[in-house]
Design a protein around this ligand. Structure first.
Ligand SMILES: [Cu+2]
Length: 124
């Protein structure tokens, strides 16, 4: 079956206008969608059992990928109850913690092996 989106009576420039408008809408929709799916990345490191920086910021409603670099000589475990994640990171190495898309807010995290090591993820 053939579908004609444009009225046959319309003049060529009018049809061209409609075609370009449709194309524009499609492109906008596609890029919006791609943006929503694409994860935001934030980086943080741990040195002398301190998060550096101790507060990180990420956009709301997008999955977040947190790169955690452990600069200490002891293993650490990046953990968060509100984010529902935990990941052991060996000394001198880097781990990636993936977090679901979040509502704006304040999310605390800590090193489960050194509970005094604490930080905050601000989602805005
Ligand atoms: Cu743990």
């Amino acid at each position: 079956m053939q579908v004609n989106l444009f009225p046959r009576s319309a003049k060529r420039p009018v049809r061209a206008f409609f075609a370009f408008t449709l194309l524009g809408v499609a492109v906008l929709y596609a890029s919006e969608h791609a943006n929503a799916q694409q994860s935001a990345s934030v980086a943080i490191s741990v040195k002398d059992h301190r998060f550096q920086p101790s507060q990180i910021t990420a956009p709301a409603n997008r999955p977040i990928s947190i790169k955690v670099k452990n600069l200490d000589t002891a293993p650490m475990e990046f953990e968060s109850t509100s984010l529902r994640v935990e990941k052991v990171i060996a000394p001198g190495s880097e781990g990636v913690v993936n977090v679901r898309a979040l509502a704006p807010g304040r999310y605390e995290f800590f090193d489960d092996f050194h509970q005094q090591t604490r930080g905050v993820l601000m989602v805005e």
